[in-house]
Design a protein around this ligand. Structure first.
Ligand SMILES: Cc1ncc(COP(=O)(O)O)c(C=O)c1O
Length: 463
């Protein structure tokens, strides 16, 4: 495998279409899904489907997930680890990025395992047919019930704190010890949003390294716990390679100490975190470059210390699914405030994509029913929610739009559906999986009846 140099071939100007031979492109560097192209009606097509027609068929707004892009990202991670790491490896999908049956099923078919962070994600993954042996259960405050669920199913558990260790010591069976990995804060800083930075010492996640010798001792004494590994995750949407290069040495040092303490460590999990391109200003390394850095760093740290290579696990979320999905909206009205700003509105917003209001995230958009129209005005795209901050795009350079046009936000696969809400009692959009001209519903649009499903009206309040 050769490190891809196709950054220069990326189309970073409107309408951001991927190169026609996109099979070698790293999906996390592409603004649109790899199958995106303009069809002879001047409309955006993804997975062989005309996006504007999809809106007519399935309603608006709509999440559109491109199977080829998702499978390509899985394959690039899998193949790069095989190529650059001399030991065994397993890529596991951080399913918090988007957990639903179809997404789990596609990723499982690609041979990946799963990171889940709640009983609900665990249940979804199991229902999708994933083998528990490939599921790793995360979370900084797992309940006793959630832990019991994971123990009963024989999943590996990534232990975050003392309370969890104590509960696990009580509920596990010495005749069938539970595989655990210990999460630690490695003390590595990276430049990303404060809310998605987790590897620095002042983090709510994982054991403080000062406590690890005591933790190792405790685990070694528990017959129901099989301390097979260590884990660290340093943050999300990271473009630098240095933090993951540093992480290898830190984890291998702790592995040596854990082995000395009698733990049978055979797995190191380096977390996820590789960033994706949301705008032309973003310049993430390719999947292959990231894997090379991370894998070679762990291998070298093992060589330097004369240790056997552990099974190397990584758990990307965003860089597997982020660029595989777009969200298509229908344009509504327009409001021009002279000398200040022009707003256009769309039929969704913070309830289907809370990232702009939560993280001030910036996206790019195209007008999907007139792909050759040139950007000609600066507009702010507002969502339809009763919240001034519900802005999908601020000051975007877009072609002139009219009510009814198809406005498509790019790279919405990660942390959009999974963070969606019913704010303002707006039903969450449907999602379709597209491939070779076929579009299949993978999540139904929520109806008004769905919104009332959990409501109960006490008898005495009935009209
Ligand atoms: C423990 C852990 N692993 C993996 C991930 C996935 O990160 P990303 O989507 O940036 O790859 C996260 C994201 O927050 C995480 O907290």
């Amino acid at each position: 495998m050769i490190i891809s140099t196709e950054k220069s071939t990326q189309n970073l100007t409107y309408p951001y279409l991927p190169p026609s031979n996109s099979s070698t492109t790293s999906p996390n560097q592409s603004l649109l899904p790899l199958t995106a192209k303009t069809n002879d009606r001047d409309r955006l097509e993804v997975g062989g489907c005309d996006v504007t027609e999809l809106l007519q068929q399935f309603g608006s707004p709509l999440y559109i997930l491109d199977e080829v892009t998702l499978r390509t990202a899985c394959g690039q991670y899998r193949d790069a680890f095989k190529h650059y790491y001399p030991g065994s490896s397993q890529v596991i999908y951080a399913s918090k990025a988007w957990s639903c049956l179809a997404v789990c099923a596609v990723i499982a078919q690609e041979g990946l395992g799963f990171d889940v962070v709640s009983g609900g994600e665990l249940y979804t993954t199991l229902e999708a047919g994933v083998s528990p042996e490939k599921i790793y259960f995360h979370g900084n405050n797992k309940s006793r019930e959630e832990l019991q669920f994971a123990v009963d199913k024989d999943c590996a558990i990534i232990v975050d704190n003392w309370l969890e260790l104590q509960i696990l010591a009580e509920i596990t069976d010495p005749a069938k010890p539970t595989r655990i990995l210990l999460r630690l804060t490695p003390g590595i800083e990276c430049h990303t949003h404060e809310y998605i930075r987790t590897g620095h010492i002042d983090s709510k996640f994982g054991f403080d390294p000062n406590q690890l010798p005591e933790v190792f001792k405790f685990v070694a004494q528990q017959p129901g716990l099989n301390g097979i590994g260590l884990h660290a995750h340093i943050g999300s949407q990271i473009f630098e390679r240095q933090p993951h290069q540093d992480l290898g040495g830190v984890l291998v040092d702790w592995m040596a100490k854990a082995l000395d303490a009698g733990l049978p460590i055979s797995e190191l999990n380096i977390g996820g975190g590789l960033g994706i391109r949301y705008t032309e200003a973003d310049d993430p390394p390719s999947i292959e470059e990231w894997v090379k850095t991370a894998a070679e760093s762990v291998a070298k740290a093992c060589d330097d210390r004369g240790l056997a290579y552990p099974k190397l696990i990584s758990e990307p979320g965003r860089s597997l699914i982020g660029s595989a999905c777009i969200t298509a909206y229908t344009v509504g009205g327009r409001k021009t405030i002279p000398d200040i700003r022009t707003y256009i509105t769309v039929d969704g917003g913070m309830s289907d994509n809370p990232r702009p209001i939560t993280y001030q995230s910036v996206y790019r958009a195209v007008v999907g029913n007139r792909m050759s129209a040139k950007p000609s005005e600066i507009v702010t795209v507002a969502g339809k929610h009763c919240e001034s901050g519900d802005i999908v795009l601020k000051d975007a350079h877009l072609p002139l739009t009219e009510p009814g046009d198809t406005l498509i936000i790019l790279a919405t696969g990660a942390y959009n559906y999974s963070m969606a809400s019913n704010y303002n009692r707006i039903g969450r959009p449907a999602a379709v999986l597209v491939k070779d001209g076929d579009a299949t519903i993978i999540i139904n649009r929520e109806t008004y009846a769905d919104l009332l499903r959990q409501d109960r009206l006490p008898q005495r309040l009935k009209p």
